[in-house]
Design a protein around this ligand. Structure first.
Ligand code: ADP
Ligand code: MG
Length: 473
């Protein structure tokens, strides 16, 4: 077996253990370089991948490797930037080790469900599924509870009461669970209410017909989901209706799932008899996730947006959001929007500016200073940019400006044009003049080439990021 076949076998095993999004992020461009006695030497494209894999998957890689080559006792990682080249012959395509069911699919459309008779249908947001909820240490319990309820509703964990701060995934879990129950049991009727909508339904029922009707409408439901129950505080009549519905469903072994911003005991303005019922089943808290989970959420989002963002930038976002996943996603969404609108790749500086605007806190940002954010780029002229790119690729500036058509020179030249356009905003004609009088269509073509390649070439993305950093961007 050669190194490639060996790595392929190990990856096949790892793919069953490592989450798919993590797998495609961290195992791309890796290879087995050699076996040194009892050590498997794995080549990785960046220092970042090195630390991440070592820290998170070292043991898993060793265990899978031992299944293939039992005498191995260690794994060591070596950074080899050449692996990031698309045509490096040592790496294998991850498609070869990914079952087709796991290949990234677009999420299905909105789903509408008819409940009993003419009762309004429930609309679950297709964004929220239990499968795309990223599980880390902090939320393993609550996720497991949701999975258990989804496969066996109305049994052990009833009611399921989920509480925690804003933007930590409660709605996601509630909707994901509802959707999963529906998938597992096609004939079950499920109703999802925000507490606000529940309130309106009760008020409507009282106005239009009578509360009895209201009850019979929902009595036949198999699973009742109420989001943000704290909003029923001091709404006595609604609480009363809810209490009766709750009892009826509970006694019939129908599943009830509730979310709240605080634990049952601390719900002010909610009747005691309701609070004690909320505590009868499973009470689980959602917490703010740790760094690794935040990073995984960001990577997952990038995959959904089909956006490539430099690992340092993702790390920067994950390190600087401290309270809510909604904020985490918000920053990423804005960064992606900016990227698409302006065809520029996000940098720590540009994301730092976004963060300061979107997530104002008194805490200083980790990884960038206010001065760096406020500073003007250190490059002022095309020559500044050409000389930084030339140094980076160890080429003389004259070669870049000149007419040689060798690949090692053409790509840095295209990068120069792209960056001059992006940073200094010069016209294509002017840019052409810096490069021995090339015409503007050549420059336009070069800039487009870089943009296109950025979508698939991680090495280029990292190079550009490093270059921009040097240019004070
Ligand atoms: P809450 O209802 O607690 O205020 P949401 O369920 O609306 O929070 O979550 C806010 C956003 O964060 C949603 O877009 C949700 O998909 C996302 N989110 C929260 N937790 C996770 C997670 N563990 N994995 C993936 N996305 C998450
Ligand atoms: Mg919510």
């Amino acid at each position: 077996m050669d190194n490639k076949e060996l790595w392929q076998q190990i990856l096949l095993k790892l793919n069953g253990i490592v989450r798919h999004d993590q797998f495609i992020t961290w195992f791309a461009d890796t290879a087995v370089l050699r076996i040194d006695e009892e050590t498997l030497v794995v080549g990785v494209p960046t220092q970042f991948a090195h630390s991440w894999l070592e820290k998170n998957y070292g043991t898993a890689i060793l265990e899978c490797a031992q299944e293939v080559v039992p005498q191995l006792t260690q794994v060591s990682f070596v950074v080899d930037a050449g692996l990031a080249n698309k045509d490096d012959s040592r790496t294998i395509s991850l498609d070869e080790v990914t079952p087709s069911s796991k290949k990234i699919r677009k999420l299905p459309k909105k789903q509408e469900i008819k409940v009993t008779g003419d009762t309004t249908s429930v609309i679950f947001n297709s964004k929220y599924t239990l499968n795309n909820f990223i599980v880390g240490k902090h939320n393993r319990l609550v996720h497991a509870a949701c999975m258990a309820v989804a496969s066996n509703p109305g049994a052990q964990w009833n009611p399921l009461f989920i509480y925690g701060g804003v933007g930590l995934g409660k709605t996601h879990l509630l909707q994901g669970t509802g959707r999963a129950i529906l998938r597992n049991f096609r004939d079950k009727a499920i109703v999802y209410f925000t507490a606000e909508r529940f309130l309106n339904e009760v008020v409507d029922a009282i106005k239009k017909y009578n509360a009895q009707d209201f009850k019979s409408r929902y009595r036949s439901v198999d699973c009742l989901i109420v989001d943000d129950i704290q909003l029923l505080a001091d709404k006595d009549r609604t609480q009363e209706e809810f209490f009766h519905l709750f009892n009826e469903l509970y006694n019939a072994n129908k599943q009830i799932i509730i979310s709240s911003d605080r634990p049952p005991k601390e719900l002010a303005g909610i009747e005691e008899r309701l609070k004690s019922r909320f505590e009868m089943g499973m009470v689980a808290e959602v917490h703010f996730p740790d760094y690794e989970t935040r990073l995984a959420i960001l990577q997952n989002k990038c995959a959904q947006h089909e956006a490539l963002i430099a690992p340092e930038v993702l790390d920067f976002i994950a390190s600087n959001v401290h309270h809510s996943i909604r904020e985490l996603e918000g920053v990423l969404t804005q960064a992606v929007a900016q990227m698409n609108l302006t065809s520029t790749t996000p940098t720590i500086r540009s994301v730092g500016t976004l963060l300061k605007r979107l997530v104002p806190t008194s805490q200083p940002l980790i990884g960038v200073t206010d001065e760096q954010i406020a500073a003007q780029p250190s490059v002022r002229s095309a020559d500044d940019i050409i000389s930084i790119v030339a140094d980076y690729y160890r080429l003389p500036s004259d070669h870049i400006k000149g007419g040689l058509r060798k690949r090692e020179i053409m790509i840095p030249r295209q990068i120069c044009m792209f960056l001059i356009y992006e940073i200094l905003g010069h016209s294509y004609d002017t840019i052409g003049d810096y490069f021995s009088g090339r015409n503007h269509t050549t420059v336009l073509h070069s800039c487009n080439k870089i943009k296109q390649r950025l979508n698939k070439d991680k090495k280029l993305l990292q190079d550009l990021h490093a270059l921009k950093k040097e240019m004070g961007m």
